[in-house]
Ligand binder design. Structure first.
Ligand code: PLP
Length: 427
């Protein structure tokens, strides 16, 4: 078994130089040592923080909008931008899948294989997209739906998740039914009950956020999908807020489709997303953005990955971000994110005049906490955090205050400082 010193060294924690964060050796080292690093090990997590370029005098609590890139990600991407600018003439174009020059024409299996590992599914059924919105649109626009077919969803979906279904409603007469999900949610049974009661013989699709962006609620995806499956309903989950946040296992969840992005919790450059569709459904999904091999059913993920010329430098950054995430390890990243989120929620519960809109059952929460202080609007609270301590959570509307995200680069000190500001404002 690997020693603690060796792991720290591999992550650059004992060296001042830029660490080499490529390859998967460290990931297996960390997972071979379940108790290390501890979620509150200050040396280890400070070292992780040092892998980020985030300004030292600013505190970033807004991963739910766009994540902070580790230094290695920015460097890989920038290196490729410079390489393209200097060496484009050197590139003898040969429609060759090994080429790493332009996205949108290549199979990109070197990345899709890593995404398959992240999601625990087959890379053949993963397509790379530009973001979650594109991925959801490919699914909604690609399905055969007729007038009267029901799409069940919630009142708390992001515009990028729900709008493509509304297009189908307007264009084809499909019916989008938006269920009222409470805020805060009390328990997972409460949500399952609301959803299952809404199913009718006309329900064709169930589309839900796996983590609701406006409350941080982790929905009981496996249980909900199992209920839908019993009734032959196609399930699609929006994983924009889950990917890199909680550990994902699509084989276990057993949904029919899943979409998400890497530019939030994975820390990849903006403009990186994906979709997964089960083999038994993907063949029947029409291509929305079509290129040469639009009718190729041998590599279904590639059929949807072809989207014309794209930015390969961004994909180099994505590749580095996935490696970085695997080096920390999905379990360790989740434990740290949740540990900090739990500390924040515990502190908030002890402050009078604070209302928390994240679920009451803490097992349904991890790195997103939504709360407000009596008398504040979200914008006022957001601005006050910045004025007082250069802290950046994001306003979540007049009623719901702010959405406060915790990530592996955040520290216990940052959470405690935020809590002391809230205490002061609430007194
Ligand atoms: C739940 C959810 N779905 C979809 C989106 C849109 O994601 P993207 O910008 O990757 O299209 C977001 C963005 O915040 C989100 O939170």
């Amino acid at each position: 078994m690997i020693s603690r010193r060796k792991v720290l060294k591999s992550l650059g924690l004992t060296a001042l130089s830029l660490p080499s964060l490529t390859g998967n050796s460290i990931a297996s080292d960390l997972s071979a040592s379940p108790s290390f690093p501890a979620v509150d090990d200050p040396t280890f997590w400070k070292g992780v923080r040092n892998q980020y370029m985030l300004s030292k005098d600013q505190v970033f609590f807004n991963t739910g909008t766009v994540g902070a890139m580790p230094r290695v990600v920015a460097e890989r991407m920038n290196h490729h931008v410079n390489y393209m600018a200097s060496n484009v003439a050197d590139w003898a174009y040969k429609d060759d899948n090994a080429e790493r020059f332009i996205a949108g024409y290549q199979h990109l299996l070197f990345i899709r294989n890593k995404v398959a590992k992240l999601l625990n599914c087959d890379a053949k059924y993963i397509a790379l997209t530009d973001n979650t919105t594109n991925a959801m649109s490919y699914i909604a626009q690609g399905m055969e739906l007729k007038a009267g077919d029901e799409i069940i969803t919630s009142n708390q979906e992001h515009g990028g998740g729900i709008s493509s279904w509304k297009v189908r409603e307007k264009r084809d007469g499909a019916v989008v039914k938006m269920l009222e999900i409470p805020k805060p949610i009390q328990s997972k049974e409460e949500v399952i009950d609301i959803i299952v009661k809404a199913f009718t013989p006309k329900t064709r699709v169930l589309m839900l956020s796996h983590i609701i962006s406006g409350s941080g609620a982790i929905l009981p995806a496996r249980e909900i999908c199992a209920e839908a499956k019993k009734r032959g309903i196609f399930t699609v989950l929006d994983g924009a807020q889950t990917t890199g946040h909680i550990k994902l296992d699509l084989t276990d969840i057993d949904c029919d489709a899943y979409v998400g992005c890497f530019h939030k919790w994975i820390g990849a450059p903006a403009g990186t997303g994906y979709m997964y569709v089960k083999p038994e459904y993907i063949k029947d999904l029409w291509t929305t953005v079509a290129s040469y091999r639009w009718d190729n059913h041998e590599d279904e993920g590639f059929r949807f990955t072809q989207r014309g010329t794209g930015n390969f430098s961004v994909l180099e950054g994505l590749d580095a971000a996935l490696d970085f995430y695997f080096q920390i390890g999905p379990d360790k990243a989740f434990e740290r994110i949740k540990f900090l989120g739990d500390r924040l929620r515990e502190g908030l519960r002890m402050i009078n005049k604070v209302k928390i809109y994240s679920p009451v059952d803490n097992a349904m929460c991890a790195g997103i906490t939504v709360y407000n202080i009596d008398g504040f609007t979200g914008t006022r609270l957001q601005d006050t955090f910045w004025e007082k301590a250069k802290m950046r959570p994001r306003a979540s509307g007049d009623v719901f205050g702010v959405r406060h995200c915790t990530h592996i680069f955040n520290s216990v000190e940052e959470i405690d400082k935020a809590l002391s500001i809230i205490k002061q404002l609430a007194s």
